[in-house]
Write a protein that binds this ligand. Sequence first.
Ligand code: PDD
Length: 286
Amino acid sequence: MPRIAYVNGRYIAHADAAVHIEDRGYQFADGVYEVCEVARGFIVDMPRHLARLNRSLTELSIDWPVTKGVLPLLLREVVRRNHVVNGLVYVQVTRGVASRDFAFPADTLSSLVITARKADPAAGAKRAETGIAVITVPENRWDRVDIKSTGLLPNVLAKQKAKEAGAQEAWFVDTDGNVKEGGSSNAWIVTREGVLVTRPAEHGILRGITRTTMFEVAASLGLKIEERGFSVAEAKAAREAFISSATTIAMPVVAIDGNPVANGHPGSITLSLRQAFFDIAEKSPA
Ligand code: PDD
């Protein structure tokens, strides 16, 4: 079954899908994106993802590529044409194609690309049984990581470093020694008292949609959340640690820089959050 991509108004075979060489996304990373989980035939938390896309576009003064109401229909159509029941749908908007000049071009239409990909939910479940390892790296990204920009080179380098160290994620650490977030996920710990701790999202991290929904999941399980910074040392000594993102949901972290978190096994609170997530998240039929 060939994969289909949506590119600027057309559905094209994935293998042939392309944008112009002077697309500003390609030249300047002048664009933004969203990744939504598709689970059991539903797009998870789509309204929240589209609201964040709107925020990213607004912050960068990039025009909507289509009428706002049309985008959910396009996401659904790409998911449907690719027969994705479990996987993800990716949407990217750039400032469009223009002759290379740093300042914004006049009268350029934004570019819109949507792709969808299948994923095996059993693989995520299996990974959650063992948990993942993370490394820590110094924060070296720009100040506006609250915008979901396609400019991800520091994230690429950090995650490559993690991979070379046999780990699955890299946590950016600020100059005070506090954990910010992962290369493509938010970071959490669970204290000895069973309280969830995650860094405030007002500044310096991406306000993850999974993170936002996790507040509701935690409430449904009667768990308390504290939004505050936590240090690498506190994380290493925590009862549990985990990451959250649309592609991982709650994924246990069992080692940090080679040191085990607690007994080095996934924590029960993380696994219960993971279990309850789908029931609480908003499910738009795909
Ligand atoms: N990344 N922080 C960063 C830097 C991210 O790139 C992501 C998501 C998150 C979690 O956000 P959410 O819960 O909305 O997925 C936090 C996506 C999955 C990616 O780039 O593939």
